[in-house]
Write a protein that binds this ligand. Structure first.
Ligand code: ZN
Length: 80
């Protein structure tokens, strides 16, 4: 029990994203592209162009990025 609570605190401090490491449909590794995508979209760039530049061509991977919401802070408020 102690280890679990220590882990969740560590995760919150590190601001870990919960984007899947691989696309759940095709298996392409996508987790490493998430921060770049977030940065570019926050600058106001078109998400379609950013996804093209990142090499995400299949619609399964694109949907993953377009629909993902980081809920770590929300989920972290609730303990078991
Ligand atoms: Zn995919």
């Amino acid at each position: 029990m102690k280890a679990r609570s220590a882990f969740s605190v560590k995760v919150c401090e590190a601001k870990v994203m919960i984007i899947p490491i691989r696309c759940m449909t095709c298996g392409k590794p996508v987790g490493h592209l998430w921060e770049t995508y977030q940065k570019e979209v926050k600058k106001g760039r078109n998400a379609q162009k950013v996804l093209d530049e990142l090499g995400l061509e299949r619609y399964c991977c694109r949907a993953l990025f377009l629909t993902h919401r980081d809920l770590i802070k929300t989920v972290g408020q609730f303990k078991k």
